[in-house]
Every structure is written in structure tokens, then in C-alpha cells.
Design a protein around this ligand. Structure first.
Ligand code: PEP
Ligand code: MN
Length: 337
């Protein structure tokens, strides 16, 4: 349910309405723009009677939100949300590029890649420490030590770091040590994990599930937001379709769809979508053209010997050239990189 106030309503009247609703047990999420003031009402509104509000002279209208996701809904918060990650703003005019290896492999590897992607214009370093591998016999990541190495790379470059969490028992460590906590595709509907992450105030990068609909994905964002954490960044990383040529099918239509349905920023991961390094550049360009707020790209200095996802990782030199091309495309669509 949202309450749209009449333009220029006195703040004291808005406060009176808020106080009344809070006394009735609802929680209120205000959203203010230049010419509007909206109050999002959260709670069980099934028995909500809007009569008194409709009679209030400062209330323009009271509207139910039809979709099952409320706090992630654009009606609830008409302006784009901008998530601040140690000063790097995701969701604003600047397109944010996160780059780095699939997995942290050694101090030399992660610091060299961090320096190189930073020089090319990336503003966040990615690196997996806990890896969700299909095979239990495949490299599972450097785990806690991987997080320590990411911290060293952050210290050397100043780049904020994003890394994937796989279970709720590691939340304390992730909150202390990383700047964005990634929830991978395989955990998008791990509701207990999402609930626990909702209790933190860390930015969360929520990847789309392997075969999740856009609505299911936004409902997962809702789980995090319902706990009080509004800092959610969505990541389209390809979905499973009948096509086997690519690892997944990059659903670029998700970008304008999310922009219409939600105020949350959306980034695109072309690496896990394509599964082939030579497609990453074209798909990155397309993602910027279609309106993505950012990109997450796997970059490796020695893809042939990477411990994970070498086939879809681009080399630093290619990444550098790509960043130049992306700058030009960003400009055409009214953005910056
Ligand atoms: C990753 O980013 O390394 C990863 C495992 O991604 P996804 O969850 O999208 O497969
Ligand atoms: Mn990977």
C-alpha cells in the first residue's frame, strides 16, 4: 500500500499520518522527490481501511501495490536507488565496473589483477573465495584465506571488494571483511540466508537464479529488504534455456524490465552468461547500451591455467580495450564510465 501526498503538503501533516500508522503497527518507508512525497506502508495491509486517509485533505490517493514485491517495487520508491559502496555509487549516472578473477588463487595473482583492472577503470574488485562448484571434486576456493588475500589487494589498490557467501554462518566474517556480499545464482532462493543478510546493512549483490523468473528474483530481493537492508544490487548472469551453445542465455530484456518494475540498480555479468571469453566484450557493450548500471566481468592474467572459469575470463589487455569502447557507448546512452 502506498499513500501519495498532495504536492507541497506541510511536513507536520505527513508526520501526523506516519505517527497514526505506526501506532497501528505498520512500518513506514517515506520516499521524497522534488514534487512528491510517498509513504510506503509495510505490514499486513489485508484489513487496512483507507477511508480516513482518503478524507484527509493532504492525501492525493491511497493505492495498493498489486505485485507481491513491495519494498523492491518502483511504485514504492519512484526514484532510482543508489547504493553507496565505500564511496562508489551504484545506480547513478556512472556505470560501475566490477572486475577480477573467478577465484582468488594467490596473493600475487589477486594483487596483480586488481592493479591492472583498476588502471583500466574498474572501480570494484571481484574474487571468489568460497566457490559453489557443480562437482565436489573441483577447486572449492581458498575460503577464509581467499578473503584475507582480497583484503590485501584492497589495501594495495583502495578498490572495494565483492565476494560470494555460501552460508549464513560466515556472515560475521563477510560483514567485517568485504564491501559487497554476493549471493550467487545457486543461493538466490536460500531464504534463510537472505533473511540473515537482511539483518545486516551491507550492500548485497543478488544474482538471478539459474532458472528464476524476474518476479521470483525480485521476491528474493524483498526477503533482504523486509529484514531492513535496503542495499540490494541485482545481477543478471544468464538463465538456463534450451540453448546449449552458450553456458546460459543472457537475458538482456531483464534490464529494462527491472528498470520498469523496481528502483534497485541492476548490473550484468556477461562472463557467467556466455561461458566463453570471446563473447564477453560484445555482451558487455550490449549491456551498457540496454541500460545496465554496471558490469561484473571475469578477468584473469593466465586464463589457460585459471583454477576456475578460465574459458570465460578475458585477459587484462582485452579488458583495457573493452573499457575504452564502453566509455563511448556509455556516452551515447547518457551515462559515464
Ligand atoms: C561467480 O560470480 O563466480 C559465480 C559463481 O556466479 P553465479 O552465481 O552467477 O554462477
Ligand atoms: Mn566464475
Amino acid at each position: 500500500m502506498i499513500i501519495v501526498m498532495k504536492p507541497n503538503s506541510p511536513l507536520i501533516e505527513v508526520e501526523k499520518i506516519k505517527a497514526k500508522l505506526i501506532a497501528q503497527g505498520y512500518s513506514i518507508h517515506p520516499s521524497q522527490g522534488e514534487a512528491y512525497y510517498i509513504l510506503g506502508i509495510v505490514g499486513d495491509t489485508s484489513k487496512f481501511d483507507p477511508t480516513a486517509l482518503n478524507m484527509n485533505e493532504y492525501v492525493d490517493r491511497v493505492m495498493p501495490i498489486q505485485e507481491p514485491f513491495k519494498q523492491a517495487n518502483r511504485n514504492f520508491h519512484p526514484e532510482d536507488s543508489i547504493i553507496d559502496v565505500q564511496g562508489v555509487k551504484i545506480g547513478g549516472k556512472k556505470i560501475v565496473v566490477m572486475a577480477g578473477p573467478c577465484s582468488v588463487e594467490s596473493e600475487a595473482q589477486i594483487t596483480a589483477i586488481a592493479k591492472s583492472v583498476q588502471a583500466s577503470g574498474a572501480s570494484i574488485l571481484r574474487g571468489g573465495a568460497f566457490k559453489p562448484r557443480t562437482s565436489p571434486y573441483a577447486f572449492q576456493g581458498m575460503q577464509e584465506e581467499g578473503l584475507d588475500l582480497l583484503k590485501i589487494a584492497r589495501k594495495k589498490t583502495g578498490l572495494p571488494i565483492v565476494s560470494e557467501i555460501m552460508s549464513a554462518d560466515k556472515i560475521e566474517r563477510f560483514v567485517a571483511d568485504v564491501d559487497i556480499i554476493q549471493v550467487g545464482a545457486r543461493n538466490m532462493q536460500n531464504f534463510e540466508l537472505l533473511k540473515e543478510l537482511g539483518k545486516t546493512d551491507k550492500p548485497i549483490l543478488l544474482k538471478r537464479g539459474l532458472s528464476a523468473t524476474i518476479e521470483e528474483w525480485l521476491m528474493s530481493a524483498e526477503y533482504i529488504m523486509a529484514g531492513g537492508n535496503q542495499n540490494v544490487i541485482l545481477c543478471e548472469r544468464g538463465i538456463r534455456t534450451f540453448e546449449r551453445y552458450t553456458r546460459n542465455t543472457l537475458d538482456l530484456s531483464a534490464v529494462p524490465a527491472i528498470k520498469k518494475l523496481s528502483h534497485l540498480p541492476i548490473v550484468v555479468d556477461p562472463s557467467h552468461a556466455a561461458g566463453m571469453w570471446w563473447m564477453v566484450e560484445s555482451l558487455s557493450k550490449a549491456a551498457v547500451a540496454v541500460g545496465a548500471d554496471g558490469l561484473m566481468i571475469e578477468v584473469h592474467n593466465d586464463p589457460a591455467n585459471a583454477k576456475c572459469d578460465g574459458q570465460q575470463s578475458i585477459k587484462p589487455e582485452r579488458f583495457d580495450n573493452l573499457m575504452q569502447d564502453l566509455k563511448a557507448i556509455a556516452q551515447i546512452v547518457g551515462r559515464e564510465i
